[in-house]
Design a protein around this ligand. Structure first.
Ligand SMILES: Cc1ncc(COP(=O)(O)O)c(C=O)c1O
Length: 461
């Protein structure tokens, strides 16, 4: 081919044809996915349309990203203004005004003393940055032997090797082993199926107190950080009892270990406050957030640490290299301009209140489905991050056989019926945009209702 000849693009309609999909990897298993490929063409508010023109209710904000809805004019205008001004600033030599403005805005809004920000593009980049920050912090404060990271089974902190090593999902880890050394895993607070066979509240919070014992066994002088999602997502919306995160805070303080909250999903209003740290009343040393921060209008993530940690990196150059971490697209002006406008939109429209209000509507809807079908054992989550666990028998908590993949069947039916939600063999979750109305949420619940009924009919026939 001549170097100057650009091949014609295939048409939008052709993008569902297998011969053209042979040139792209998506997140799903390609051979299976390409039998009925979902290729989205446009979106508005809480709706998507695929390239065939079919409409979908977005009960998942894409993947917990589209916080202020699709096609939000205010965000598009801010992006357009920034496009005309500065699209990229040299990251090795400095930053740009919107990055500094957004950092200051986040410093105002984040709880407690969380006030210094490192911007990146995705979640994994900031969970990894938090791990590196913890190790470098201990090194600079005279504890170079503190390097281990404790995190939880069933967790997800991202797909890069460090974040993956911290994650606790065997389905995504085993195929990539060996992973990085220095990561220790503990059980999460899955109260509905307590790994210690106990029942809340008569459980002495073993899942939390055991972390202290694990630290003792590992040697506290080797442990740098404890990283948790305030509400675990991939394990099926693991919503801890109120005592859990305060206990983790105490343990970290006792052993000089940094508490890192992965708020990639839970941040930016999703649980009914700007950060889940506020929902649970616990301030971490480092808070990572992403997804909803840009609402999907540009890639953006942020790692926010306390002033006392940031100050450690502020010493004279002869003895202090600063925070050694960086990526080419960090603090991108387009992303930061979007981040500022998304936060304004959330605050000015008080979308955190809407998340709390609609969260109650969602909970009531899930409870109705539990009564109607008798196959929902537990409803978990807060605000607009809630899920349901399917069981064959709610009285005994007997799950559906794994090979039935009940939740996947429901989720796929929902998709066929025009509803996007998160699904897994044993659970389904909703995380709609924070702008969702009661009417729209009821429409989403009605499609889930129909999909659940059809799945049970299919299994009984
Ligand atoms: C809790 C949590 N942390 C981290 C990540 C990684 O984010 P990203 O995929 O943007 O790297 C995700 C992604 O889904 C997540 O849900």
């Amino acid at each position: 081919m001549s170097a100057t000849l650009v091949p014609d693009l295939i048409s939008e309609a052709q993008t569902t044809e297998e011969q053209f999909l042979r040139h792209i990897f998506v997140r799903d298993q390609m051979a299976e996915w390409s039998k009925s490929p979902l290729v989205m063409a446009r979106a508005d508010g809480v709706f998507y349309w695929d390239v065939t023109g079919k409409r979908y209710l977005d009960a998942l904000s894409g993947i917990y990203v589209v916080s202020v809805g699709h096609n939000n004019r205010r965000i598009l205008d801010a992006l357009r203004r920034q496009l005309e001004r500065l699209c990229f600033s040299p990251p090795m030599h400095g930053t740009n005004p919107v990055a500094v403005q957004l950092a200051n805005l986040l410093a105002e809004l984040a709880p407690g003393d969380l006030s210094t920000v490192k911007f990146q593009c995705g979640g994994a980049e900031v969970t990894e940055a938090a791990i590196k920050l913890a190790r470098q912090y201990h090194r600079l404060t005279g504890h170079p032997g503190k390097y281990k990271v404790i995190s939880r089974y069933l967790s997800w902190h991202g797909s890069t090797l460090g974040a993956l090593s911290a994650s606790g999902l065997k389905s995504r880890k085993t195929v990539n082993e060996p992973l990085a050394p220095g990561f220790v895993h503990v059980f999460p607070p899955t109260c509905y199926r307590c790994p210690f066979g106990k029942e809340y509240p008569r459980c002495d919070m073993t899942c939390a107190t055991l972390i202290g014992q694990v630290i003792e066994m590992e040697d506290p002088d080797t442990v740098a950080a404890l990283m948790v999602e305030p509400i675990g997502h991939t394990g099926g919306i693991i919503d801890p009892p109120p005592e859990y995160l305060p206990l983790l805070r105490d343990i970290c303080d006792r052993y000089n270990i940094l508490l890192i909250f992965d708020e990639i999903i839970t941040g930016i209003g999703r649980t009914g406050q700007l950060f889940a740290a506020e929902t649970f009343g616990v301030t971490p040393d480092v808070l990572c957030t992403a997804k909803g921060l840009s609402g999907g209008y540009a890639p953006l993530s942020a790692m926010i640490c306390t002033k006392s940690i940031a100050d450690v990196f502020w010493g004279p150059i002869a003895t202090n290299p600063g925070f050694v971490e960086g990526h080419t697209f960090e603090g991108n002006p387009l992303s930061c301009a979007v981040g500022i406008e998304v936060l304004r939109e959330i605050l000015e429209r008080d979308l955190c209140s809407n998340a709390r209000r609609q969260g109650e509507v969602l909970r009531a809807g899930f409870e109705r489905l539990a009564k109607k079908y008798g196959v929902i054992g537990d409803i978990r989550g807060k605000g607009l991050l809630q899920g349901i666990e399917f069981v064959r028998n709610p009285a005994t908590k007997e799950p559906f056989p794994t090979e039935t993949a009940f939740g996947v069947r429901v989720g796929r039916r929902a998709l066929a019926n025009g509803l996007l939600c998160r699904f897994d063999p044993h659970w389904v979750a909703f995380g709609p945009p924070l702008i969702v109305t009661t009417e729209q949420l009821e429409e989403m619940l009605a499609v889930l209702d129909r999909s659940l009924g059809e799945t049970l009919d299919e299994l009984s026939s």
